[in-house]
Design a protein around this ligand. Structure first.
Ligand code: PLP
Length: 391
């Protein structure tokens, strides 16, 4: 095994630094805790950015992955496999959607959704393929999903961009309806995750949906971060009573292995035909076996527990010094600070043994969905100390 220093040196020398990494590499993880190379333990309020929905190395997930790796590892999408079809069936059963296209990431799922929407429109004789997204949204880092991302600062240096995108002010119905004129689809996150854990208003979503239904404009719901139980419902759109035409999932669905999914409703289920889209690794049996093990644990009691833990954490946070506001739903929580920066607070938390995330100027918490009460309490105690120091 390498030493911490060796890992740091190799990281510095060979990795393209697209992330401002923390100095210490991680060595081992189990449930809601992990350890660095010096044996220091950290409580995890980040889940690897919303991926480890059952924590690090959940035993049932690890067992399913290992067993599938010994049975049938990969065979290409020219063959159906048991984990892939069972996962698609389970995702459809839980969401009421009709078909699934599996990919490897959130961006790739959104690429698939954009292609599906444009093909649907093209088959209906609609031209232009305009897709409206929201200002401050985040949909991925590929060229098309970066174009879809409504954050100008992320566009710097990467033009030219894909044509056919327009950006509406989230929550501004007049602006949104104006931009939707002539569009083939709208793509929205119910809670903007990277954008700062900002929840869309129910009335706004309902009004946009009403307009879209009336004009056959498809609703693409980006649930890459909010999906798979994160908000206390399998999909966040359930809280809104929204029935999207296309849903994208990724992150927590795989429980730690790369996955993306494009969920197609009955209306658009026939849009893809052989040759119109693809992905070599999409629906990989090992990944799907892991995802099935994740979903197996997500029953009604599990979802209720996510909602309850989230409500309890929010209440505790609101009583902490220097907390100006708390946003989000379930175990997706944003914290606006009255004093200090989120980056400063996150670094101090890490020093004291707690991993938290940031999103814009807020702290962002995405703990494992099955986090135990003792770890919530221990994490909140550290956070409380840090915020008191900053206040
Ligand atoms: C809402 C949303 N969409 C898309 C993405 C991109 O996912 P990935 O990094 O897996 O490509 C993210 C990632 O944070 C996201 O939060």
């Amino acid at each position: 095994m390498l030493t911490q220093k060796e890992v740091q040196q190799l990281d510095e020398q060979y990795i393209a630094h697209t992330y401002a990494r923390y100095a210490m590499p991680l060595a081992q993880g189990s449930g809601s805790q992990c350890r660095d190379f010096n044996g220091k333990t950290y409580i995890d309020f980040g889940s690897g950015i919303g991926v480890n929905s059952l924590g690090f190395c959940d035993p049932a997930w690890a067992q399913a992955v290992a067993e599938q790796a010994r049975t049938l590892s990969h065979c290409s999408n020219y063959f159906a496999t048991e984990p892939c079809v069972l996962l698609a069936q389970e995702v459809c059963r839980r969401t009421g959607m009709s078909k699934v296209f599996f990919a490897n990431s959130g961006a790739e799922a959104n690429e698939g959704a954009i292609k599906a929407a444009r093909k649907y429109a093209s088959q209906k004789g609609k031209t232009g393929g305009k897709i409206v997204t929201l200002v401050n949204s985040f949909h991925g880092r590929t060229m098309t999903t970066l174009t879809a991302t409504g954050q100008k600062e992320m566009h710097v240096d990467f033009d030219p961009f894909m044509p056919g995108f327009d950006y509406a002010q989230a929550g501004n119905l007049e602006d949104t309806l104006q931009k939707l004129d002539g569009a083939v689809a709208v793509m929205m996150e119910m809670i903007q995750g990277e954008g700062g854990v900002n929840m869309l208003e129910k009335e706004y979503v309902a009004a946009v949906a009403g307009y879209c239904h009336a004009h056959d404009i498809l609703i693409i719901d980006d649930e890459v971060q909010t999906g798979a139980g994160r908000t206390g419902a399998f999909l966040c759109c359930e809280h809104y009573g929204l029935r999207p035409d296309i849903v994208t999932m990724a992150k927590g669905l795989g429980g730690g292995l790369p996955i993306g999914a494009v969920l197609l409703s009955e209306k658009v289920q026939g849009v893809f035909s052989p040759g119109s889209h693809g992905s070599t690794f999409g629906g990989n049996p090992i990944v799907c076996a892991g995802a099935l093990a994740v979903l197996k644990q997500m029953d009604a009691a599990f979802m209720q527990a996510v909602a309850d833990k989230g409500a309890m954490m929010k209440k505790a946070l609101l009583g902490m010094p220097g907390v100006a506001a708390v946003s989000g739903c379930g175990l997706m929580i944003g914290i606006s600070l009255a004093q200090g920066t989120a980056k400063e607070a996150a670094a101090k938390c890490l020093e004291k043994g707690l991993i938290v995330l940031t999103a814009k100027d807020k702290l962002r918490l995405l703990p494992p969905l099955n986090i135990a009460q003792e770890h919530i309490d221990a994490g909140l105690a550290i956070l409380g100390q840090v915020l008191a120091e900053l206040a």
